[in-house]
Design a protein around this ligand. Sequence first.
Ligand SMILES: [Zn+2]
Length: 282
Amino acid sequence: MSRALGFLIQKVRPWRHEAASTVPGRYIPWLALVAAAGSVCVAWLHHAGLPPERGQATVGPAWDYVVCIDPGHPTATSSGRAVYNGVSELDVNWGVALKLGALLSKDKRIRVVWTRESRDQPMENSERAKVANEAHADLSVHLHCDVGPSRGFTVYFPDRQGTVAGKTGPAEEVLRASREAAHALRNGMARILRGVVKDRGIRTDCVTRVGHLNGSLTTSIFSEVPTVTVEMVFLSDRHDARFIKTRQGQERMARAIVNGVTAYLRSTSQTARRLADAASDL
Ligand SMILES: [Zn+2]
């Protein structure tokens, strides 16, 4: 044991001498202190859930997946500030988005990009899709809350092309992948929200008011990457509102969405592996 220790010390010493030759020894503890303080600040910012600059990564360069988070409002037509049962959609979307980003970023294989930098920054729906497209996201998740005579969560996806502002889309492969993502999201969310938030299943964009008019939601039409819209709860429902306005409720919702997102990402890598295996067998 002591021999092994001696060997290690010998191995370490030359490095220590090298460091001492370029930086005077008495400064080394101070430099270490400054570096440690820097990392604590970065960690604090990260855990505070602050979004990074638009389109920027929250973690280092070695990611396998890119996930785009879009806190749905304000849009050109809706601020999201209307209050139902003491809570607004703007606040819920932003609160869950921050928690979702922080949770996803814990997985070093995932790079998180945001459609915008601050809660109140208005943005066209087509712009939201463009951020995800430019980041080559593996999945774009648009967070919303519903209002109406129902309760529970619903995952929407485009099942056909639509047209708006002269743009027709999305492409067939985006439709296919978005359907798979919607299934994964719904199943993953249902497991975490069982008994707490009602599962309303998956629905196509075209049953929404805008989708009915244009064929799909605007973010879907402009999307070149798999895209889903999660209507997390009905704010008009007292039970749903009571759940989602608490920190614990928003954390649970974020965990539910992470469960679905990671299930989808896993399934895409399995598909890629199967395709690679099939190609190598040819
Ligand atoms: Zn909304």
